[in-house]
Design a protein around this ligand. Structure first.
Ligand code: KIV
Length: 265
C-alpha cells in the first residue's frame, strides 16, 4: 500500500522525483490505477472518453462530484483532484461555492482550474479559503470553441511569453502545482524552470516535473482518435473485444456456464 500524498509531499517532489498522474473516473479503475500514480485526476475528459461528447464543455458540477466520489471510494489512499468543469468558476464567489461543494460532497484533496493570469485573483480567493488548487495552462481544452480548435502553444513568441506569464501568475496566486498541456518542449522546460511548484506535462515533452495521461488513452481503450502525445501501454480495446467474442461464442455453443459456475442443490 502506498502512502497517501499530500500537498506538502507533492510540492517537495520538485527536482527530487518525477510525479505520475493519471485520470480516473470510477471506483473500479481508481482502485486499479492508484498504486502506480501519485495523483488521480477526475478530469472533465470523462465526457469525451465515456460520454462520447466531441469536447469537454458539457461536463457539469453534478457529474464531476458524482465521479469524484466514486474515485475517492475506490482509492481512499489516493490524492484525488477534481477538475472544475466549464462555466463553474466564472467569478470568485461562484468558484468558491462550487469548490466548497466538491470538498463537502467528496473526499477530493484538490481542484484543478484551467486558466492563467485572468484566473489568478480567483485562484487566490480559493486558496485563501482553504481550497488546494492545481492550475492548468498552455492548451486549455475548455477554450476549444473560443480558440477555434486545439492549438499547440509556444510555436510563436507571443504564445510562448503568454504561457510563461500564465504559469507565473498561477504560482503567485497560490496553486500547489500546475498542468501544462499541448506546448512545445522548450516552453514546457522554460515554465518548469521558471516556477517553484511542480509542473505536470501532457503533450509537453520530457522536461516537466511529471506527466499525466488519460487512462483510457494510455491503456488503449479509447480508439476514436490518438493524439501524438499518447503512448498506449496496453491494447485494451482489442482485449475487451476478444474476451466479449469468446464469451458470446461459449454462450451460443452451450460451453458457458460450466459446472464450476453453477450452484449445487
Ligand atoms: O480532463 C482531463 O483529463 C485533463 C487532463 C488531460 C490534464 O484536464
Amino acid at each position: 500500500m502506498r502512502k497517501k500524498e499530500t500537498i506538502t509531499t507533492i510540492k517537495a517532489a520538485k527536482g527530487e522525483r518525477k510525479l505520475v498522474m493519471l485520470t480516473a473516473y470510477d471506483a473500479l479503475f481508481a482502485s486499479l490505477l492508484h498504486e502506480a500514480a501519485d495523483m488521480l485526476l477526475v478530469g472533465d475528459s470523462l465526457n469525451m472518453s465515456f460520454l462520447g461528447e466531441p469536447d469537454t464543455l458539457s461536463a457539469t458540477m453534478e457529474q464531476m462530484i458524482y465521479h469524484t466520489r466514486a474515485v475517492c471510494n475506490g482509492a481512499p489512499e489516493a490524492f484525488v483532484i477534481c477538475d472544475m468543469p466549464f462555466g463553474s468558476v466564472n467569478t470568485p464567489d461562484e468558484a468558491l461555492a462550487n469548490c466548497v461543494k466538491v470538498f463537502q460532497q467528496t473526499r477530493a484533496d484538490a481542484v484543478k482550474i484551467e486558466g492563467g493570469t485572468e484566473r489568478a485573483p480567483l485562484i487566490r480567493h480559493l486558496v485563501d479559503n482553504a481550497i488546494a488548487v492545481m492550475g492548468h495552462v498552455g492548451l486549455k481544452p475548455q477554450s476549444v470553441r473560443s480558440e477555434g480548435g486545439y492549438i499547440v502553444q509556444g510555436r510563436d513568441e507571443e504564445s510562448f511569453k503568454k504561457v510563461l506569464e500564465d504559469a507565473r501568475a498561477v504560482e503567485a496566486a497560490g496553486a500547489f502545482a500546475l498542468v501544462i498541456e499541448g506546448v512545445t518542449p522548450d516552453l514546457a522546460e522554460a515554465v518548469t524552470k521558471a516556477v517553484k511548484i511542480p509542473v505536470i506535462g501532457i503533450g509537453a515533452g520530457r522536461a516537466t516535473d511529471g506527466q499525466v495521461l488519460v487512462w483510457s488513452d494510455m491503456l488503449g481503450f479509447f480508439e476514436a482518435f490518438k493524439p501524438k502525445f499518447v503512448k498506449r501501454y496496453l491494447n485494451g480495446a482489442e482485449l475487451v473485444r476478444n474476451a466479449a467474442k469468446t464469451y458470446a461464442e461459449e454462450v451460443k455453443e452451450g460451453k458457458f456456464p460450466e459446472d464450476m459456475h453453477t450452484y449445487g442443490k
